[in-house]
Design a binder for this molecule. Structure first.
Ligand code: GLN
Length: 307
């Protein structure tokens, strides 16, 4: 079926033009396993209602990292309700790095938002279940229903982060002290490290973006979460999804998006399509350099800023 627009050509040109920008970024070194990534990889995928369009390295698996925060937040909102969630986590962006501890003591004694590590760890503690496996099953289960396939984690990345995640451990203990973390600290961290290690590729992320764009309805037409939860999470993606780079990203690209330190960006063009990029070299804020330049380029061409 003709789509009326040559998306394939646009995406190919975009990858070729933006791939060299990886030189401006660096692989993250604080999670040893991620340092082994290939900074030259670059991929972009677009999932519309008529099909999937992709160019570059869209079938290379990588770990969700912080992109996983949107799924645990969806699950927590659905299972516990927004009031219970926002009793433990705030709704304000910060100008601080994603792993900063500073606001926990100086602000309102709760993590400022669910897209930074402290907030996401608090949200993980709210996922119901008798064991870590059961709780993880709720997050992975949602992804499985969105993607219609089984979910796996990258064991090496999971172990790497579990062994070296001292800052996340510090955040979690601080959260426990200020009554923003329910249950056992190590179990909550285990759940957080597992969700960060979930494997996806860029094409998967575009499908996930379409699920958000369709207000929580998967490719088979099944509603999986409420439109209200999708609206809340998409709003956080606009205000905090790219951490302290969210303002500039809103100006340059203008869509709800969520980045992760392994180089993925999940983007949502509400009511229209899902768009995703992959490029492991990161800027100083922990966002993919190539990903942002590709999104900026196609946002201009397709005129998809929501603002
Ligand atoms: N697992 C990473 C961490 O906790 C996720 C951070 C990210 O992707 N920005 O540090």
């Amino acid at each position: 079926m003709s789509t009326g627009f040559d998306y394939a050509a646009l995406l190919n040109e975009t990858v070729e033009e933006c791939r060299p920008h990886a030189e401006r970024g660096q692989l993250p070194s604080y999670i040893p396993e991620l340092k082994k990534g290939n900074p030259k990889l670059a991929g972009i995928a677009l999932q519309t209602t008529t099909g999937l369009f992709e160019a570059g390295d869209t079938r290379v698996d990588f770990t969700l990292q912080s992109i996983s925060k949107v799924f645990s937040l969806l699950v927590a909102i659905e299972e516990r309700g927004p009031e219970a969630v926002f009793a433990k986590v705030g709704s304000e962006p910060t100008g601080d790095p994603f792993n900063s501890i500073v606001k926990l003591e100086t602000s309102e004694k709760k993590p400022p938002n669910p897209m930074i590590n402290a907030g996401a760890i608090a949200v993980c503690s709210l996922i119901p279940g008798a064991s870590v496996e059961e709780r993880f099953g709720r997050i992975a289960g949602l992804l499985e229903r969105i993607l219609d396939r089984p979910i796996k984690i990258d064991e090496a990345v999971y172990q790497s982060e579990k062994e070296t995640g001292h800052r996340n451990r510090a955040l979690a203990h601080f959260l426990k002290d200020i009554n923003c973390l329910e249950g056992d600290v190590e179990e909550v961290l285990d759940l957080y490290f597992r969700q960060c290690s979930i494997l996806v590729n860029c094409a998967d992320l575009a499908r996930i973006g379409m699920f958000f764009a369709a207000k929580g309805i998967n490719g088979a037409g099944t509603p999986l979460v409420s439109a209200r939860a999708v609206r809340l999470v998409s709003t956080f993606m606009v205000t905090c999804g790219m951490y302290n780079g969210s303002g500039e990203f809103a100006i340059q690209v203008g869509i709800p998006a969520k980045s992760g330190v392994s180089g993925g960006i999940l983007g949502v063009v509400p009511g229209r399509f899902g768009v995703a990029t992959f490029g492991p070299a990161l800027d100083r804020k922990g966002n993919s350099v190539v990903g942002i330049s590709m999104l900026k380029r196609i946002s201009e061409v397709l005129d998809f800023s929501i603002f």
